[in-house]
Design a protein around this ligand. Structure first.
Ligand code: COA
Length: 324
């Protein structure tokens, strides 16, 4: 799965900001990135501290750009730009300076101002603290109404690389019908970037009318709208998870469905179901989980899990930059 993304980057190398520049996992991943020339890390933090941690752990980060918000020579320009962007919120220069002393806001502004192509944070920041600056500053792409997310899950099966896409497991807490349609559209696009042929199931506790309730109606209506909006895509719902993935169950519950039994792209009704669902696949299903990959943002910014290791940082950096 990564060969395709690395080839994309080799054709058009990118720069990526790491907001937690002094974290040993970030430095180990940066050292690995610097062994090739398709991606250049920008490490945010004190140069002395970053180089000290790298030296102590034996990571060679020569060639990385290190930028310290405490002595950044373009800070005045950055403060002006942030004040302009947030003027409707009444942001003062003091507020802006305080925000930009924090690596999450500072790094996001490097992307906004075109000094970097992509950003990866969240090794120590929470999801909310990584995502909020992006929502406030980078905003949604033209034509999108929300930022959402998906996970790409990967495992080896019978000598093949099995890939699944799951959205939205990380951002929108209780999406509306129309937001579910947008989540599906973006998740399908993302699945294709990873080389998948998406077969999309809108998940529920009901399969094509077997159960009743407001939550079922939401998923059914969203699925109907998604089918209308993307007639060329294989989409069905509402489907229970077993009907979505088991050909045997699908034959009994929904024999005429073009998706049931073979779904590989899953749209969850809300963040509770989605977050629990992808973690079950990861922890009990033996899948590696990559994400959350943020969707619908005007620039590629992604969030790491705080429990991540250097290998995951490296993988997410490639995914994030390849989306640029
Ligand atoms: C993403 C999240 C952090 C945003 O929450 P928040 O910062 O409290 O959001 P606010 O309502 O204060 O909005 C902040 C800004 O982001 C924008 N925003 C919020 N959610 C958005 C979305 N889904 N898409 C686009 N913009 C969004 C708001 O419009 C607002 O913009 P403005 O300041 O220019 O007016 C919140 O939805 C959240 O906590 N989600 C769950 C995250 C999580 O815990 N995931 C599980 C672990 S992976």
């Amino acid at each position: 799965m990564f060969d395709k993304l690395i080839q994309t980057l080799k054709n058009a190398p990118k720069t990526i900001v790491f907001t937690e520049g002094n974290d040993p996992r970030i430095l180990e991943a940066s050292a690995k990135i610097l062994q090739d020339d398709f991606l250049k890390p920008i490490l945010v933090g004190s140069e002395e501290e970053i180089l000290g941690v790298a030296k102590k752990n034996g990571f060679n980060v020569e060639g990385a750009t290190i930028i310290d918000p405490a002595n950044y020579d373009k800070m005045d320009e950055m403060i002006d730009t942030l004040c302009e962007l947030r003027k409707k919120k009444g942001l003062t220069r003091e507020d802006a300076a305080r925000m930009l002393s924090q690596a999450n806001y500072f790094g996001t502004m490097l992307v906004k101002m075109g000094y970097a192509d992509a950003l990866l944070g969240g090794a120590t920041y929470s999801t909310a603290d990584t995502v909020r600056p992006a929502l406030q500053i980078i905003k949604t792409k033209p034509g999108n109404s929300i930022v959402s997310s998906c996970f790409i899950l990967s495992r080896e099966k019978d000598g093949n690389n099995e890939l699944l896409a799951m959205g939205d497991c990380a951002i929108n807490i209780d999406p509306t019908e129309d937001q579910l349609v947008e989540i599906a559209e973006e998740t399908i696009k993302c699945a294709k970037i990873f080389g998948m042929d998406p077969k999309t199931a809108f998940l529920s506790y009901s399969s094509l009318g077997s159960g009743k309730g407001e939550d079922v109606d939401k998923v059914r209506n969203a699925c109907a709208k998604a089918k209308e909006k993307m007639p060329e895509e294989a989409i069905d719902g509402e489907l229970q998870f077993d009907a979505a993935v088991s050909p045997e169950v699908a034959r009994t519950k929904c024999p005429d469905s073009p998706v049931a039994g073979y779904a590989n792209t899953f749209i969850f009704p809300d963040i509770n179901a989605g977050n629990i669902g992808y973690k079950i696949a990861q922890r009990l299903g033996g899948f590696d989980a990559y994400g959350p990959v943020l969707l619908g943002l005007n620039a590629p910014i992604n969030d790491l899990s705080r429990g991540c290791n250097a290998e995951e940082v490296y993988s997410m950096a490639i995914i994030t930059a390849a989306l640029a």
